[in-house]
Design a protein around this ligand. Structure first.
Ligand SMILES: Nc1ncnc2c1ncn2[C@@H]1O[C@H](COP(=O)(O)OP(=O)(O)OP(=O)(O)O)[C@@H](O)[C@H]1O
Ligand SMILES: Cc1ncc(COP(=O)(O)O)c(N)n1
Length: 284
């Protein structure tokens, strides 16, 4: 039975500035009518200018949070964000293999929008841990650089990225939500058009593309976290990935448009990446 209020667990890092990580997830889950819970994997000291410190938590402390929640509370959907270390990736994969939640959204967070590294990727252990997580996830939400890292394939233009996403879906048996937010960095300026595409790519190769207007703003910190937790909440309420994306994408664009008016952080500095306004729909 589909729950009226989906209970959504975010397994992710803490962003002290409140724009990304578990803070973004909880605000987003609440905005979409869900009940949010967290298993925090790492503490970051972070603000709108960048990441000042990262402290991954011990594996047993993360596992204890997961076990506490699972022992008492039905989990309708899980969203996974920053995991920080290969040991934590393995521990979370192990918990998912044991508990098999009905909806698992994996946001393969590797690098913050500020450029700071958040989760190890490169070596063989890292690759094996990502593969294990991909096998237990139902949806993975890479941006273009993350897709290139996960597949070892070129993902600099949209068609190449769709091909790589089909390959990722087939290899791991997981639906891919391909995000086009970084196309302006890789395509020629004239091709980085007025629109930003996202696409749901199914295991069989079917593509459902949703385009939206490109919002010109530096209030883009946490968009990936926000999108993945919105999709987890909507899927936890019974929507398909395609319907969930149709609803979440215009909402996220509005959240980006409303971000600067929050006046969070020193926007006069060139390093500023402000948060989106997760509560914009409630504020009207
Ligand atoms: N300039 C923009 N205008 C409108 N939507 C955007 C823009 N940039 C990104 N998005 C949307 O935000 C979501 C995240 O996309 P993106 O490709 O930036 O992922 P990401 O890099 O993981 O996000 P983050 O900025 O949190 O690191 C997608 O739905 C994308 O379409
Ligand atoms: C704790 C945490 N998790 C995820 C992100 C990625 O978000 P973004 O790419 O928008 O910086 C982040 N900066 N911090």
């Amino acid at each position: 039975m589909t729950p009226a209020v989906p209970r959504v667990l975010s397994i992710a890092g803490s962003d002290s500035g409140g724009g990304a990580g578990v803070q973004a997830d909880l605000k987003t889950i609440a905005a979409w009518g869900g009940y949010g819970m967290t298993a925090i994997t790492a503490i970051t000291a972070q603000n709108t200018q960048g990441v000042q410190a990262v402290h991954p938590l011990p594996v047993d402390v993360v596992r204890a949070q997961l076990d506490s929640v699972a022992a008492d509370i039905a989990v309708d959907a899980v969203k996974i964000g920053m995991l920080g270390t290969v040991e934590l990736m393995r521990a979370v994969a192990g918990w998912l293999e044991e508990t098999r939640p009905a909806v698992v959204v994996l946001d393969p967070v590797m690098v913050a929008s500020s450029g700071d590294a958040l989760t190890a990727v490169g070596d063989d252990d890292g690759r094996a841990a990502w593969a294990r997580l991909l096998r237990v996830a139902h949806l993975v939400t890479p941006n273009l650089p993350e897709l290139a890292r996960l597949t070892g394939r070129d993902a600099t233009d949209w068609d190449a990225a769709l091909d790589a996403a089909r390959g990722l879906a087939a290899e791991h048996g997981v639906t891919v939500l391909l995000k086009g937010g970084h196309l302006d960095e890789t395509e020629a300026p004239e091709a980085a058009a007025a629109e930003v595409p996202d696409a749901v790519v199914r295991v069989g190769g079917a593509v459902h593309e949703v385009r939206g207007p490109r919002v010109t703003t530096r209030a883009s910190h946490g968009t990936g976290c926000t999108l993945s937790s919105a999709l987890a909440t909507l899927a936890g309420a019974g929507l398909s990935w395609e319907d969930a994306l149709e609803r979440a994408k215009p909402w996220l664009a509005d959240a980006m448009r409303a971000g600067e008016a929050l006046a969070v952080g020193d926007a006069s500095r060139p390093t500023w990446h402000g948060p989106v306004d997760h509560g914009h729909a409630q504020r009207g």
